[in-house]
Design a protein around this ligand. Sequence first.
Ligand SMILES: NC(=O)c1ccc[n+]([C@@H]2O[C@H](COP(=O)([O-])OP(=O)(O)OC[C@H]3O[C@@H](n4cnc5c(N)ncnc54)[C@H](OP(=O)(O)O)[C@@H]3O)[C@@H](O)[C@H]2O)c1
Length: 258
Amino acid sequence: MAMPLNTPIQNWRGQKVWIVGASSGIGLALAQRLHDEGAQVLVSARRAEVLNAWCVDRKGTWAYPFDVSDAAGLAQQWALLVVEHGAPDVVVYAAGHYLPMRAEAFSYAEIAKHTDINYLGMARVLEVVIPAFLKLGKGHIALISSVAGYRGLPNALAYGPTKAAMSNLAEILYHDLHSRGIGVSLINPGFVETPLTAQNPYHMPALLKPSQAADEMLKGWAKGLFEIHFPKRFTLWLRWARWLPDSLYFYLLQKIAP
Ligand SMILES: NC(=O)c1ccc[n+]([C@@H]2O[C@H](COP(=O)([O-])OP(=O)(O)OC[C@H]3O[C@@H](n4cnc5c(N)ncnc54)[C@H](OP(=O)(O)O)[C@@H]3O)[C@@H](O)[C@H]2O)c1
């Protein structure tokens, strides 16, 4: 078996995990799964009422609502979180925005919104987390990107580039932080049934439930993987497509989504 690239995380009991984007979908399922495993779960997203309702009756969970577009709101909630719990052991960036877009409906405003939530929001979170982790010489950063970041996919004109940027950043971050005792993992899900994908008008192959996505992430962290991609029956094809010559790749896209 290959050497793990990160310190494997197999026991979640007592681990403090901060999930940004935990009010629905993959982030919420992950919060639930980690709580079941005995982690202390700190949840963030914009909808305070949803987060607070989830935390009621769940011992060891706390809500820190904010909008990732708002650096001041983030700084305020981060300061509060650190005072109340100290720095988290693991931070998961699960916040995301997706609107299908093709060239006929090209919109700068939508591209800016995707960039702000998916990429700049992540950068705002990293700006507060990285110094704290560097000071401690430990911690783990998990970024939920997408297989849409591998190569250009139809309908992902606004979304795909933000995920490609995120995945690229994760590799550089791993290089910089690994030797400093800090883990970095890149999560590349295929299709997962969440409010984000509910708007897709087409058939989504190998569609997973959010709880299955959470299971896959825990399996990947337990193995100390850098890239955690799932389900393999779908993602392996897309990973393979990265190596196709452009002419063949564009031909196949034309067949799939003219
Ligand atoms: N579902 C899939 O098939 C799939 C596949 C690959 C990758 N992903 C990625 O997985 C991540 C989770 O997506 P999901 O499918 O679980 O979607 P989702 O159910 O729509 O969850 C998105 C989360 O992001 C939060 N969020 C959105 N805008 C925010 C903002 N401005 N500030 C703070 N939080 C914000 C939402 O909470 P509030 O609305 O309460 O703010 C929600 O908790 C995303 O990064 C997505 O790109 C999903």
